[in-house]
Ligand binder design. Sequence first.
Ligand code: FAD
Length: 406
Amino acid sequence: MYKHDIIIIGGGPSGLSTALHLARDFPQLTPRILILEKARYPRPKLCAGGLVIDAEIILQQLGLDVSEVPHVDAERIHFDFEARGLNIRVPKRHVLRVIRRDEFDNWLARKTESRGIEIREGITVKNIIADGDCVIVETDQGNFRAQVVVGADGSNGITRRCLLPKAEVHTARVLEVITPTDPHRQSVPPPPNPTNWLVNKHPEFSSSYLGAARRGHAYFDFFPVQANIAGYVWDFPTQVNGEAMRCWGIYDTNILASEKRPQLKELLAKEMSRFGFDLNLYEIKGHPIRWFSPTNEMSVPRVLLVGDAAGADPFLGEGISIALGYGRLAAREIGEAFQRNEFSFNGYRRRVLGSALGQALIARWIVAHIVYLFKWKWFQILIWRILKPFVVLLAWIFILNWGKRM
Ligand SMILES: Cc1cc2nc3c(=O)[nH]c(=O)nc-3n(C[C@H](O)[C@H](O)[C@H](O)COP(=O)(O)OP(=O)(O)OC[C@H]3O[C@@H](n4cnc5c(N)ncnc54)[C@H](O)[C@@H]3O)c2cc1C
């Protein structure tokens, strides 16, 4: 049996952020942290890769410069209903930075290691048993014993399933497709070559149809709400292996799951066909997102959940900045627990809810229920087209910008 003080299960943004914050704020704990990651970096992760300003703020505060990762910047985000609505721009900067998760997570993992934190890749956690004195983590490569475990293992994570098997789970369904910017060029470039990612930072867009018309813009269209899909279709600029591409997808919180609904794919195909893309020609992938509800359980004695395991944004399914934010809160909780030598973590959920991140998550949970339950056309037009300035102001105050207040 291997012995460690802090085992973090999962090396995505939430697990890596927990480790980075522990190392920064409680450096004496650094050699006592072990991250167990089942995959090997750079590993695929289905995600549109949109980083909002809060993600960049948290990374900056950790002394990390995310512009080192290949990215495409969107200067405007459009929130539309049936192709018309409001758009958001931040003066003198991008409003959304789009990365690919294999590259971003690999970069973050290497930064984490460079700060003295051990990551063991290719180890899958199979079971977790928490008793009063320690936590046993059973893996496909032997058992580990820890004082504290962090469940950073995503929406389907084993930590929550083992330790909170009866907890209610709110899960969104999400489909994603990557296409070229031009519908007439149907191929997708080969998978990224990890050795050339530093040189391919700013891919130039071709003057293709989509490249020219929507270059540098990210779109969310809430038209599916009328069809009882409690979510939206997105279209982001992105890059794969340095080549300009588009990332399309559809998100459904499942809030309207009791109603009759079309297949998700149908609505995504409809949106893509407006721009000449035939969805059937591309590989379509799906993954659930566990979303935040104020009642979500987030800890048991000696074990904390972070990131998707605790709950991502229910409104848009945005989870990277949220995962980074949970990491900061969990690190504080763990550091103070070691100082007090008391590991019940029974105030963790309360402190998450009371934090700037928690307030933003509660606001998004309320907004999701308003926007998706009041699904009538006139209401959607009212929000996205008529009340524009009011909606932008509320979003800026309550939904974004929590990173600075953490
Ligand atoms: C289609 C799609 C599009 C999205 N688009 C965006 C977007 O544009 N912007 C945004 O902010 N968010 C987006 N999200 C959400 C975002 O991807 C997640 O919120 C984010 O990845 C959560 O990070 P995490 O660290 O909690 O979990 P993850 O990123 O899922 O990381 C969990 C890690 O745990 C590891 N793991 C799992 N089980 C085990 C085990 N048993 N043993 C060891 N290791 C294990 C996994 O390999 C993985 O590395 C999207 C999600 C989906 C599905």
